[in-house]
Design a protein around this ligand. Structure first.
Ligand code: NAD
Ligand code: ZN
Length: 366
Protein backbone atom coordinates (compact mmCIF):
# COMPACT_ATOMS: atom_id res chain seq x y z
CA UNK A 1 0.00 0.00 0.00
CA UNK A 2 1.28 3.44 -0.88
CA UNK A 3 2.04 5.47 2.23
CA UNK A 4 -0.03 8.65 2.36
CA UNK A 5 3.15 10.56 3.20
CA UNK A 6 5.05 9.36 0.19
CA UNK A 7 5.21 12.27 -2.22
CA UNK A 8 7.67 10.45 -4.44
CA UNK A 9 10.36 13.04 -3.59
CA UNK A 10 13.50 11.02 -3.15
CA UNK A 11 16.11 13.51 -4.26
CA UNK A 12 16.26 16.81 -2.44
CA UNK A 13 16.75 20.02 -4.38
CA UNK A 14 18.42 22.81 -2.43
CA UNK A 15 19.15 26.44 -3.31
CA UNK A 16 21.87 26.41 -6.01
CA UNK A 17 24.07 29.18 -4.57
CA UNK A 18 23.91 31.38 -1.54
CA UNK A 19 26.02 33.91 0.25
CA UNK A 20 25.92 35.03 3.82
CA UNK A 21 27.38 38.12 5.42
CA UNK A 22 27.08 41.75 6.38
CA UNK A 23 26.46 44.01 3.39
CA UNK A 24 26.15 41.06 1.01
CA UNK A 25 23.03 42.83 -0.32
CA UNK A 26 25.37 45.16 -2.18
CA UNK A 27 26.52 42.27 -4.40
CA UNK A 28 23.12 42.07 -6.05
CA UNK A 29 24.04 44.03 -9.18
CA UNK A 30 27.07 41.84 -9.85
CA UNK A 31 24.96 38.70 -9.61
CA UNK A 32 22.23 40.05 -11.87
CA UNK A 33 24.69 41.37 -14.46
CA UNK A 34 26.51 38.06 -14.54
CA UNK A 35 23.27 36.23 -15.15
CA UNK A 36 22.11 38.55 -17.90
CA UNK A 37 25.53 38.55 -19.60
CA UNK A 38 25.75 34.75 -19.52
CA UNK A 39 23.10 34.34 -22.21
CA UNK A 40 21.44 36.51 -24.74
CA UNK A 41 18.61 37.34 -22.38
CA UNK A 42 16.14 40.17 -22.03
CA UNK A 43 17.35 42.96 -19.76
CA UNK A 44 14.10 42.99 -17.80
CA UNK A 45 14.62 42.43 -14.07
CA UNK A 46 11.63 42.52 -11.73
CA UNK A 47 12.12 43.04 -8.00
CA UNK A 48 9.34 42.30 -5.54
CA UNK A 49 9.94 44.55 -2.53
CA UNK A 50 8.11 44.39 0.81
CA UNK A 51 6.17 47.66 1.02
CA UNK A 52 7.81 48.38 4.37
CA UNK A 53 10.90 49.46 2.39
CA UNK A 54 9.06 51.95 0.15
CA UNK A 55 10.85 54.94 1.65
CA UNK A 56 13.99 53.18 2.70
CA UNK A 57 17.38 54.08 1.27
CA UNK A 58 18.41 50.46 0.94
CA UNK A 59 16.22 49.92 -2.10
CA UNK A 60 18.40 52.27 -4.14
CA UNK A 61 20.39 49.08 -4.86
CA UNK A 62 17.48 48.12 -7.12
CA UNK A 63 17.41 51.48 -8.97
CA UNK A 64 18.09 49.89 -12.35
CA UNK A 65 15.23 47.42 -12.07
CA UNK A 66 11.45 47.35 -12.24
CA UNK A 67 10.08 47.39 -8.69
CA UNK A 68 6.77 45.88 -7.59
CA UNK A 69 5.86 46.77 -4.00
CA UNK A 70 4.17 43.91 -2.19
CA UNK A 71 1.56 44.65 0.44
CA UNK A 72 1.84 42.53 3.57
CA UNK A 73 -1.64 43.28 4.89
CA UNK A 74 -2.87 39.92 3.71
CA UNK A 75 -0.90 36.81 2.85
CA UNK A 76 -0.58 35.85 -0.83
CA UNK A 77 -3.72 34.53 -2.51
CA UNK A 78 -4.08 32.75 -5.83
CA UNK A 79 -6.26 35.63 -7.11
CA UNK A 80 -3.76 38.23 -5.92
CA UNK A 81 -0.86 36.52 -7.65
CA UNK A 82 -2.88 36.14 -10.87
CA UNK A 83 -3.62 39.86 -10.79
CA UNK A 84 0.07 40.75 -10.36
CA UNK A 85 0.93 38.47 -13.30
CA UNK A 86 -1.69 40.16 -15.47
CA UNK A 87 -0.20 43.58 -14.64
CA UNK A 88 3.38 42.45 -15.25
CA UNK A 89 2.46 40.95 -18.61
CA UNK A 90 0.55 44.03 -19.71
CA UNK A 91 3.39 46.34 -18.59
CA UNK A 92 5.90 44.72 -20.96
CA UNK A 93 5.89 41.87 -23.41
CA UNK A 94 9.46 40.99 -22.43
CA UNK A 95 9.71 38.10 -20.08
CA UNK A 96 12.04 38.98 -17.17
CA UNK A 97 15.42 37.24 -17.08
CA UNK A 98 15.71 37.64 -13.35
CA UNK A 99 13.13 37.94 -10.57
CA UNK A 100 14.14 39.06 -7.08
CA UNK A 101 12.15 38.73 -3.85
CA UNK A 102 13.24 41.21 -1.15
CA UNK A 103 11.24 40.90 2.07
CA UNK A 104 9.63 38.33 4.31
CA UNK A 105 7.74 35.16 3.43
CA UNK A 106 4.91 37.07 1.76
CA UNK A 107 7.21 38.86 -0.64
CA UNK A 108 9.52 35.93 -1.33
CA UNK A 109 6.54 33.62 -1.96
CA UNK A 110 4.98 36.14 -4.35
CA UNK A 111 8.28 36.33 -6.25
CA UNK A 112 8.58 32.54 -6.39
CA UNK A 113 5.00 32.10 -7.63
CA UNK A 114 5.39 34.73 -10.36
CA UNK A 115 8.75 33.27 -11.48
CA UNK A 116 6.96 29.95 -12.01
CA UNK A 117 3.96 31.52 -13.74
CA UNK A 118 6.05 33.31 -16.39
CA UNK A 119 7.03 29.89 -17.76
CA UNK A 120 3.89 27.92 -16.87
CA UNK A 121 0.50 29.21 -17.90
CA UNK A 122 -1.78 29.87 -14.94
CA UNK A 123 -4.06 30.44 -13.21
CA UNK A 124 -1.91 29.87 -10.16
CA UNK A 125 -4.42 27.53 -8.46
CA UNK A 126 -3.57 24.94 -11.13
CA UNK A 127 -0.20 24.49 -9.45
CA UNK A 128 -1.26 24.22 -5.81
CA UNK A 129 -0.08 20.76 -4.84
CA UNK A 130 2.94 18.55 -5.41
CA UNK A 131 5.10 18.59 -8.54
CA UNK A 132 2.61 20.18 -10.89
CA UNK A 133 5.02 22.76 -12.37
CA UNK A 134 6.30 21.49 -15.72
CA UNK A 135 8.83 24.08 -16.83
CA UNK A 136 11.61 25.68 -14.79
CA UNK A 137 10.65 29.20 -13.75
CA UNK A 138 12.53 32.44 -14.37
CA UNK A 139 15.93 32.64 -12.59
CA UNK A 140 15.14 33.90 -9.11
CA UNK A 141 17.02 35.44 -6.23
CA UNK A 142 15.71 35.50 -2.65
CA UNK A 143 16.77 38.14 -0.14
CA UNK A 144 15.09 37.65 3.26
CA UNK A 145 14.60 40.77 5.42
CA UNK A 146 13.04 38.81 8.30
CA UNK A 147 13.90 35.24 9.24
CA UNK A 148 12.12 32.11 10.35
CA UNK A 149 9.75 30.82 7.68
CA UNK A 150 12.62 29.39 5.64
CA UNK A 151 10.85 30.55 2.46
CA UNK A 152 14.32 31.42 1.15
CA UNK A 153 15.22 27.72 1.19
CA UNK A 154 12.05 25.73 0.56
CA UNK A 155 10.49 24.21 -2.54
CA UNK A 156 7.16 25.93 -2.00
CA UNK A 157 5.39 29.28 -2.05
CA UNK A 158 2.29 29.31 0.08
CA UNK A 159 -0.91 30.65 -1.50
CA UNK A 160 -4.41 30.86 -0.06
CA UNK A 161 -7.17 29.91 -2.43
CA UNK A 162 -10.19 31.83 -1.20
CA UNK A 163 -12.70 29.78 -3.18
CA UNK A 164 -11.47 26.32 -2.17
CA UNK A 165 -10.37 27.37 1.35
CA UNK A 166 -7.05 25.68 0.68
CA UNK A 167 -3.80 27.17 1.90
CA UNK A 168 -1.27 25.26 -0.14
CA UNK A 169 1.88 26.04 -2.08
CA UNK A 170 3.35 25.20 -5.45
CA UNK A 171 5.53 22.39 -4.11
CA UNK A 172 8.12 21.81 -6.79
CA UNK A 173 11.86 21.73 -7.38
CA UNK A 174 11.22 24.63 -9.74
CA UNK A 175 10.05 26.76 -6.81
CA UNK A 176 13.47 26.68 -5.12
CA UNK A 177 15.44 29.94 -5.40
CA UNK A 178 18.49 29.81 -7.66
CA UNK A 179 20.44 32.26 -5.51
CA UNK A 180 19.93 33.53 -1.94
CA UNK A 181 21.58 36.49 -0.26
CA UNK A 182 21.51 36.50 3.54
CA UNK A 183 22.56 39.80 5.05
CA UNK A 184 21.87 39.93 8.83
CA UNK A 185 21.85 43.75 8.75
CA UNK A 186 18.51 43.62 6.94
CA UNK A 187 16.81 42.29 10.08
CA UNK A 188 17.68 45.29 12.25
CA UNK A 189 14.36 47.09 11.74
CA UNK A 190 11.94 44.19 12.30
CA UNK A 191 9.47 44.98 15.12
CA UNK A 192 10.08 42.91 18.27
CA UNK A 193 6.90 40.77 18.28
CA UNK A 194 7.19 40.06 14.58
CA UNK A 195 10.84 39.06 15.02
CA UNK A 196 9.73 36.52 17.62
CA UNK A 197 6.67 35.23 15.71
CA UNK A 198 8.57 34.70 12.47
CA UNK A 199 11.71 33.35 14.17
CA UNK A 200 9.56 30.83 16.03
CA UNK A 201 8.24 29.48 12.72
CA UNK A 202 11.64 27.82 12.27
CA UNK A 203 11.46 26.33 15.78
CA UNK A 204 7.89 25.09 15.20
CA UNK A 205 8.62 23.57 11.76
CA UNK A 206 11.44 21.60 13.32
CA UNK A 207 9.71 20.46 16.49
CA UNK A 208 6.83 19.19 14.35
CA UNK A 209 9.27 17.33 12.13
CA UNK A 210 11.16 15.78 15.06
CA UNK A 211 7.92 14.70 16.75
CA UNK A 212 6.51 13.23 13.54
CA UNK A 213 6.73 9.74 12.07
CA UNK A 214 8.09 10.65 8.63
CA UNK A 215 11.76 11.13 9.36
CA UNK A 216 14.94 11.53 7.43
CA UNK A 217 18.40 11.59 9.08
CA UNK A 218 19.44 14.73 7.18
CA UNK A 219 16.17 16.48 8.04
CA UNK A 220 16.62 15.48 11.69
CA UNK A 221 20.13 16.95 11.80
CA UNK A 222 19.03 20.24 10.23
CA UNK A 223 16.07 20.38 12.61
CA UNK A 224 18.09 19.76 15.76
CA UNK A 225 20.53 22.50 14.79
CA UNK A 226 17.66 24.87 13.95
CA UNK A 227 16.05 24.34 17.35
CA UNK A 228 19.36 24.78 19.10
CA UNK A 229 19.99 28.12 17.29
CA UNK A 230 16.46 29.33 18.10
CA UNK A 231 17.04 28.50 21.76
CA UNK A 232 20.26 30.54 21.76
CA UNK A 233 18.54 33.51 20.12
CA UNK A 234 15.37 33.55 22.19
CA UNK A 235 17.12 32.78 25.47
CA UNK A 236 19.59 35.61 24.93
CA UNK A 237 19.17 38.99 26.55
CA UNK A 238 19.24 40.74 23.14
CA UNK A 239 17.63 38.92 20.22
CA UNK A 240 18.63 41.82 17.96
CA UNK A 241 22.37 41.56 18.67
CA UNK A 242 24.56 40.94 15.66
CA UNK A 243 25.22 37.36 16.78
CA UNK A 244 21.48 36.68 17.28
CA UNK A 245 20.54 38.11 13.89
CA UNK A 246 23.12 35.86 12.28
CA UNK A 247 21.88 32.83 14.18
CA UNK A 248 18.21 33.31 13.35
CA UNK A 249 19.06 33.77 9.68
CA UNK A 250 20.93 30.47 9.69
CA UNK A 251 18.15 28.78 11.68
CA UNK A 252 15.60 29.91 9.12
CA UNK A 253 17.67 28.60 6.21
CA UNK A 254 18.32 25.23 7.90
CA UNK A 255 14.72 24.93 9.07
CA UNK A 256 13.50 25.57 5.51
CA UNK A 257 15.97 22.98 4.21
CA UNK A 258 14.81 20.40 6.72
CA UNK A 259 11.12 20.78 6.03
CA UNK A 260 11.74 20.06 2.34
CA UNK A 261 12.40 16.45 3.38
CA UNK A 262 9.45 15.88 5.66
CA UNK A 263 6.20 17.32 6.92
CA UNK A 264 5.01 19.59 9.66
CA UNK A 265 2.64 18.27 12.33
CA UNK A 266 -0.36 19.56 14.26
CA UNK A 267 0.49 23.23 14.69
CA UNK A 268 0.48 24.16 11.02
CA UNK A 269 -2.93 22.69 10.10
CA UNK A 270 -4.54 24.58 13.01
CA UNK A 271 -2.59 27.69 12.09
CA UNK A 272 -3.84 27.39 8.51
CA UNK A 273 -7.38 27.25 9.92
CA UNK A 274 -6.80 30.53 11.79
CA UNK A 275 -5.36 32.01 8.61
CA UNK A 276 -8.09 30.95 6.21
CA UNK A 277 -11.06 31.61 8.52
CA UNK A 278 -9.92 34.51 10.71
CA UNK A 279 -7.22 36.06 8.50
CA UNK A 280 -4.51 35.75 11.16
CA UNK A 281 -1.03 35.78 9.66
CA UNK A 282 0.93 32.54 9.56
CA UNK A 283 3.65 33.14 12.13
CA UNK A 284 1.47 34.82 14.75
CA UNK A 285 -1.17 32.12 14.16
CA UNK A 286 1.42 29.41 14.89
CA UNK A 287 2.26 31.08 18.19
CA UNK A 288 -1.45 31.33 19.08
CA UNK A 289 -1.85 27.61 18.30
CA UNK A 290 1.09 26.84 20.61
CA UNK A 291 -1.16 28.08 23.46
CA UNK A 292 -3.25 24.93 22.92
CA UNK A 293 -0.51 22.36 22.27
CA UNK A 294 0.22 21.17 25.81
CA UNK A 295 -1.44 17.82 25.15
CA UNK A 296 0.44 17.12 21.93
CA UNK A 297 3.86 18.72 22.41
CA UNK A 298 4.23 19.16 26.23
CA UNK A 299 7.99 19.70 26.32
CA UNK A 300 7.96 22.29 23.53
CA UNK A 301 4.78 23.92 24.85
CA UNK A 302 6.58 24.70 28.09
CA UNK A 303 9.76 25.88 26.43
CA UNK A 304 7.89 28.02 23.89
CA UNK A 305 6.18 29.96 26.67
CA UNK A 306 9.42 30.40 28.59
CA UNK A 307 11.07 31.87 25.50
CA UNK A 308 8.13 34.24 24.80
CA UNK A 309 8.28 35.40 28.43
CA UNK A 310 12.04 35.91 28.27
CA UNK A 311 11.60 38.19 25.25
CA UNK A 312 8.56 39.99 26.74
CA UNK A 313 6.37 38.94 23.82
CA UNK A 314 2.66 38.66 24.40
CA UNK A 315 0.76 35.92 22.55
CA UNK A 316 -2.88 36.89 21.98
CA UNK A 317 -5.41 34.69 23.79
CA UNK A 318 -9.14 34.10 23.40
CA UNK A 319 -9.02 34.58 19.65
CA UNK A 320 -11.32 31.63 18.91
CA UNK A 321 -13.02 31.18 22.26
CA UNK A 322 -16.55 32.24 21.36
CA UNK A 323 -17.25 31.91 17.68
CA UNK A 324 -20.39 30.77 15.88
CA UNK A 325 -20.88 27.08 15.09
CA UNK A 326 -20.48 27.85 11.39
CA UNK A 327 -17.09 29.43 12.16
CA UNK A 328 -16.09 26.29 14.07
CA UNK A 329 -17.23 24.22 11.09
CA UNK A 330 -15.07 26.32 8.81
CA UNK A 331 -12.11 26.07 11.22
CA UNK A 332 -12.53 22.30 11.44
CA UNK A 333 -12.69 21.93 7.65
CA UNK A 334 -9.65 24.06 6.94
CA UNK A 335 -7.64 22.24 9.62
CA UNK A 336 -8.55 18.64 8.85
CA UNK A 337 -7.94 19.14 5.12
CA UNK A 338 -4.18 19.01 5.85
CA UNK A 339 -4.06 15.27 5.98
CA UNK A 340 -0.35 14.71 5.31
CA UNK A 341 0.95 16.67 8.33
CA UNK A 342 -1.84 15.31 10.56
CA UNK A 343 -1.07 11.77 9.46
CA UNK A 344 2.61 12.48 10.11
CA UNK A 345 1.81 13.60 13.66
CA UNK A 346 -1.06 11.34 14.69
CA UNK A 347 -1.07 8.36 12.33
CA UNK A 348 -3.81 6.86 10.19
CA UNK A 349 -6.45 7.48 12.84
CA UNK A 350 -5.99 11.23 12.97
CA UNK A 351 -9.67 11.83 12.10
CA UNK A 352 -10.74 9.71 15.06
CA UNK A 353 -8.49 11.74 17.38
CA UNK A 354 -9.33 15.13 15.92
CA UNK A 355 -13.09 14.88 15.85
CA UNK A 356 -15.06 18.01 15.06
CA UNK A 357 -15.73 18.48 18.78
CA UNK A 358 -12.10 17.95 19.77
CA UNK A 359 -10.96 20.46 17.16
CA UNK A 360 -13.47 22.99 18.52
CA UNK A 361 -12.15 22.44 22.07
CA UNK A 362 -8.59 22.98 20.89
CA UNK A 363 -9.53 26.25 19.15
CA UNK A 364 -11.35 27.38 22.29
CA UNK A 365 -8.12 26.95 24.29
CA UNK A 366 -6.33 29.46 22.08
P1 NAD B 1 5.85 38.67 6.23
O1 NAD B 1 6.24 38.73 4.81
O2 NAD B 1 4.50 38.20 6.61
O3 NAD B 1 6.10 40.07 6.92
C1 NAD B 1 5.74 40.29 8.28
C2 NAD B 1 5.86 41.75 8.63
O4 NAD B 1 7.23 42.11 8.79
C3 NAD B 1 5.31 42.67 7.54
O5 NAD B 1 4.62 43.72 8.16
C4 NAD B 1 6.57 43.19 6.85
O6 NAD B 1 6.37 44.45 6.24
C5 NAD B 1 7.52 43.27 8.02
N1 NAD B 1 8.95 43.25 7.69
C6 NAD B 1 9.64 42.36 6.95
N2 NAD B 1 10.95 42.65 6.97
C7 NAD B 1 11.09 43.76 7.72
C8 NAD B 1 12.21 44.54 8.12
N3 NAD B 1 13.46 44.21 7.80
N4 NAD B 1 11.98 45.63 8.90
C9 NAD B 1 10.71 45.95 9.31
N5 NAD B 1 9.63 45.26 8.97
C10 NAD B 1 9.81 44.15 8.18
O7 NAD B 1 6.93 37.81 7.01
P2 NAD B 1 7.12 36.29 7.32
O8 NAD B 1 6.63 36.03 8.67
O9 NAD B 1 8.55 36.00 6.97
O10 NAD B 1 6.25 35.51 6.24
C11 NAD B 1 4.98 34.95 6.44
C12 NAD B 1 4.54 34.34 5.13
O11 NAD B 1 5.44 33.29 4.78
C13 NAD B 1 3.16 33.74 5.13
O12 NAD B 1 2.48 34.14 3.95
C14 NAD B 1 3.40 32.25 5.13
O13 NAD B 1 2.38 31.51 4.54
C15 NAD B 1 4.68 32.16 4.35
N6 NAD B 1 5.49 30.97 4.58
C16 NAD B 1 6.13 30.45 3.51
C17 NAD B 1 6.91 29.33 3.65
C18 NAD B 1 7.60 28.76 2.45
O14 NAD B 1 8.24 27.74 2.57
N7 NAD B 1 7.50 29.35 1.31
C19 NAD B 1 7.06 28.72 4.89
C20 NAD B 1 6.40 29.27 5.98
C21 NAD B 1 5.61 30.41 5.82
ZN1 ZN C 1 5.43 27.76 9.04
Amino acid sequence: MKNILDTGIKVIKNVDSYEFGLDSIFNINKIVEKKIASLDLSKRVVVFVDEYFKNSEIISVFDKYEIVFVSTKIEPTTDGVDLIMQELKSFSRDKPSVIIGFGGGITMDTAKACANLFNNNGPSEKFQGWDLIENPGVYKIGIPTISGTGAEATRTCVLTNKSSGLKLGMNSDHTVFDYVIMDPNLLKTVPKSQFFFTGMDAYIHCLELLEGSYRNPVGDAFSKQTISLCREVFNSSDMFSHASREKIMVASFLGGSSIAMSYVGIVHPFSAGLGVVLGIHHCEANCIVMNAMEEFYPKYFKEFHELAKKQGVNIRKGIASSLSESDYDALYNSTIIHEKPLFNALGTDFRKILTRDKVKQIFKKM
